[in-house]
Design a protein around this ligand. Structure first.
Ligand SMILES: Nc1ncnc2c1ncn2[C@@H]1O[C@H](COP(=O)(O)OP(=O)(O)O)[C@@H](O)[C@H]1O
Ligand SMILES: [Mg+2]
Length: 410
């Protein structure tokens, strides 16, 4: 191939060395996703030149919709290289070679793998965001990728030392593998927007959390995390005797997403079942966007940020008839936090990765000089958490009122 591909130097040996397993782990913004996405397309191109046909499988543990997949990254990578752009055909929901001999398939490993493996010749499987892929998904996937010369590529941001992915690919990597660590300082194209975020995290987050996000460290529970030992991630099915569903919505503006959540209460536990969110979501598209992800939402009361009355009345007339504003009061954030902490556990469904992320990152301010944890809530990583507070507002208000008026026992 004549074209010179631009790769971060640390990843050159990964792709230059023949090996069945290739991978990279490390912090945010290192160029892992972008590079691996591009190289899947280069790999497909090379296999096609050798006369092969089949599937490039891009897997995730869970995939509710194509939005949760690597589709956009793959499209972007292909468009960035003229020879790839000429070779592939890109549709809204698909990517395939122009002769249709090679196609990308995007799938959740937990639920969709069985249906794929009977059908397709998998030439390559790339799993991005692989930290949460379970041992059972790996042990099912690996024998499925069995074509001659097929490969398995893995990229992830480490979180738990004993996660299935970390054990398999970092602590005891398979023979025939080349797996490297990549952090933002290994990315020659680390963009300014991410540098701004990094600096803001360096200023606002405690060091353990900062190092987890940006330097690829395992995540340690920190005293600064507001919900540190309250939340767990676990699959569940809501039952008839649960209270709810409670829906909450937080409007976004500028770089903040508009987000919504669906939650339940049962046996002193709070369950977060579904979430949806998007940056730059137009008001006219909001109801459809949310209803595609939370089908029943229009039948329930949805509690929303009262700062945007005109948006609420628009949504009320266009698709979400029962939406209503939630009033704030002095201390409503702290009351909301106290209420959330009063649950025995907060159980987050693993498909709600964005919610889970906020629960990890939502923190008290830490004093830079002394390391003291201050009684100040950092106003960041709180879009879904705000939506949860709105959803539960009638339950929280009791707390606010109890503070304002002497407690009366009936
Ligand atoms: N080959 C490249 N050319 C141009 N920009 C790149 C390239 N690789 C990475 N970047 C920039 O770096 C950013 C972070 O890369 P990404 O692959 O998302 O990192 P990670 O997956 O490690 O978090 C991208 O959004 C992009 O702006
Ligand atoms: Mg990535």
């Amino acid at each position: 191939m004549k074209t010179q591909l631009q790769l971060p130097p640390k990843l050159i040996p990964v792709f230059a060395t023949p090996s069945r397993y290739k991978g990279a782990f490390g912090g945010r913004g290192s160029g892992k996703t972008r590079t691996f996405a591009k190289m899947t397309a280069v790999y497909a191109y090379q296999r096609a030149m050798q006369g092969d046909s089949g599937v490039i499988l891009c897997g995730r543990e869970f995939m509710n919709s194509l939005e949760d997949s690597s589709l956009e990254e793959v499209k972007q990578a292909i468009r960035s290289e003229p020879f790839l752009n000429g070779f592939f055909e890109i549709g809204e929901k698909y990517v395939r070679s122009r002769d249709h001999k090679i196609a990308y398939v995007f799938a959740g490993l937990r639920y969709n793998l069985d249906s794929i493996k009977s059908k397709a010749k998998i030439l390559l499987c790339w799993v991005d965001e692989a930290e949460t892929v379970s041992e059972s998904a790996w042990s099912k996937l690996i024998p499925t990728v069995r074509e001659n010369n097929s490969e398995i590529w893995v990229t992830w941001n480490p979180e738990q030392r004993d996660s299935a992915t970390n054990k398999r690919f970092r602590l005891s990597p398979p023979d025939n593998s080349i797996i490297v660590e990549m952090n933002y300082n290994d990315n020659p194209w680390f963009p300014d927007v991410l540098e701004q975020e990094r600096l803001s995290d360096l200023k606002n987050l405690d060091m353990a959390t900062y190092r987890w996000i940006w330097e690829g460290d395992y995540l340690e529970v920190s005293d600064a995390q507001i919900f540190r030992d309250k939340f767990i991630t676990q699959e569940f099915e809501p039952q008839e005797n649960w209270q709810g569903a409670y829906y909450g919505l937080d409007f976004g503006f500028a770089q903040d997403p508009t987000v919504a959540v669906k939650c339940w209460v049962y046996d002193s536990c709070l369950y977060i079942e579904q979430c949806a969110g998007k940056v730059n979501l137009e008001l006219d598209d909001t109801a459809n966007y949310l209803l595609e992800r939370m089908a029943e939402m229009d039948k329930y009361i949805i509690r929303a940020d009262s700062a945007r009355p005109e948006s609420i009345s628009h949504l009320k007339r266009h698709g979400l008839p029962r939406i209503e504003p939630v009033k704030k009061w002095q201390g409503s954030v702290e009351d909301g936090i106290a209420h959330l902490k009063s649950y025995r556990k907060i159980i987050i469904h693993p498909k709600c990765t964005a919610v889970l992320n906020e629960f990890r990152l939502y923190s008290y301010k830490v004093d830079r000089l002394s390391g003291d944890i201050l009684p100040i809530v950092v106003d960041a990583h709180n879009h879904y958490i705000d939506a949860i507070r709105y959803a539960l507002n009638p339950l929280i208000q009791a707390l606010g009122k109890a503070k304002q008026t002497p407690l009366r026992l009936y």
